[in-house]
Design a protein around this ligand. Structure first.
Ligand code: IPM
Ligand code: MG
Length: 370
């Protein structure tokens, strides 16, 4: 079996704590399933800023580009609130996305049956929920030019960002959404603000055109929804959705909303993928949907499941270990079934566990299936 290289970027806040659990899992697979995954660790975000005065060194970026997959914890925290905008921890994440060309961000929102009562919505509304948000990740207002803050007359200032998309950017992410929908429930909802923005109208037209031009997508039902309505429909009747494809900014917001439907952000992984380069290689980065949660950092109570499931996604999408990914997902389900809960998903009558205990419990379930 060929050796795989993955780069671990734990980052800030709870990042290092949850990454420790992911490492235990990687070690377990290497030892028991002979996966031969080589990993190394580097600093990113605030942790890198403290050491190198930049949230991402070129050396770490090159290492990320060179690896079979990057596993990232989380970046940011109040400690770096006063740092220059260009050097904020979040810039590391945005630079990694841009330079690695990770245009397709897959954010599943799956409701684990065991956690139905952890959601703020009624059980019947979210039971069985399985949505996939495909968020465009390297364009739109996050990266559009011109941008900046500039002085204007009377001592006032003006802040500018530009929402811009080309047909190519829209079509390549829509293609990812359609291809994934073919393997799922064959329904794609494209969310835009075509009633207000030209770039939104272009979004809608290009998604529709791509669909019309490809007979292989005929089995998919495509509908367009205004992004604000989509936000509302997500809490009204989330099970109407299968795959939602949307731009960078709406994707940021709709994915937080969708994630919370499932009870906890602490449960959800994500994958960011590039196009194939001329050597047929795809770059990828996997990270939990949640942030660095500075308020609970260092307490040993963070939920490591999103991080561990992010590794499961890496196994599936980048390392070609589908079976191992399924094994890991089923081990997590068994742990939840046993009633083990970290603080974010705590429930009456269930057993509260720490970050480490949760990681160990997953390993114990894997051991049973060795
Ligand atoms: C996310 C985060 C990032 C984003 C931040 C940390 C830059 O909210 O991945 O959803 O806005 O994309
Ligand atoms: Mg976000």
């Amino acid at each position: 079996m060929t050796k795989k290289n993955i780069l671990l970027l734990a980052g800030d806040g709870i990042g290092p704590e949850i990454m420790l659990e992911a490492k235990k899992i990687i070690d377990w697979f290497n030892k028991n399933k002979k996966l031969d995954i080589d990993y190394s660790e580097e600093l990113v975000g605030g942790a890198s800023y403290d050491e190198n005065e930049t949230p991402l060194t070129d050396q770490v970026l090159y290492k990320a580009m060179d690896s079979d997959a990057v596993l990232l914890g989380a970046v940011g925290g109040p400690k770096w609130d006063t740092v220059d905008f260009a050097k904020k921890p979040e810039r590391a994440l945005l630079r990694l996305r841009k330079e690695m060309r990770l245009f397709a961000n897959l954010r599943p929102a799956i409701c684990f049956e065991e956690l139905v009562s952890a959601s703020s919505l009624k059980p019947e509304v979210i039971s069985g929920l399985d949505i996939l948000i495909v968020r465009e990740l390297t364009g739109g207002i996050y990266f559009g030019e011109p941008r900046g803050i500039e002085p204007i007359e009377n001592g006032e200032r003006r802040g500018v960002n530009t929402h811009v998309y080309t047909s190519k950017e829209i079509r390549r992410v829509a293609k990812v959404a359609f291809d994934l929908a073919l393997k799922r429930n064959k329904k794609v909802t494209s969310a835009d603000k075509s009633n207000v923005m030209e770039a939104g109208l272009l979004w809608k037209e290009e998604v529709q055109a791509l669909y019309d031009e490809h007979a292989m997508y005929k089995s998919i039902s495509l509908n367009h929804m205004l992004a604000d309505n989509c936000a509302m429909q997500l809490v009204r009747n989330p099970k109407q959705f299968d795959v939602i494809v949307t731009d960078n900014l709406f994707g940021d917001m709709l994915s937080d909303e969708a994630a919370m439907l499932t009870g906890s952000l602490g449960m959800l992984p994500s994958a960011s993928l590039s196009e194939k380069d001329k050597h047929g290689r795809t770059r990828s980065m996997y990270e939990p949907c949640h942030g660095s949660a500075p308020d609970i950092a260092g307490k040993g109570i963070a939920n490591p499941i999103a991080m561990i499931l992010s590794f499961a996604m890496a196994l599936k999408y980048s390392l070609n270990f589908d079976q191992e990914a399924e094994l890991l997902e089923s081990a997590i389900k068994l742990v939840l079934k046993d009633g083990l809960r970290t603080a974010d998903i705590t429930e009456k009558g269930k057993q509260n566990v720490s970050t480490t205990q949760m990681g160990d419990a997953v390993i114990a379930k894997l051991e049973l299936k060795k």
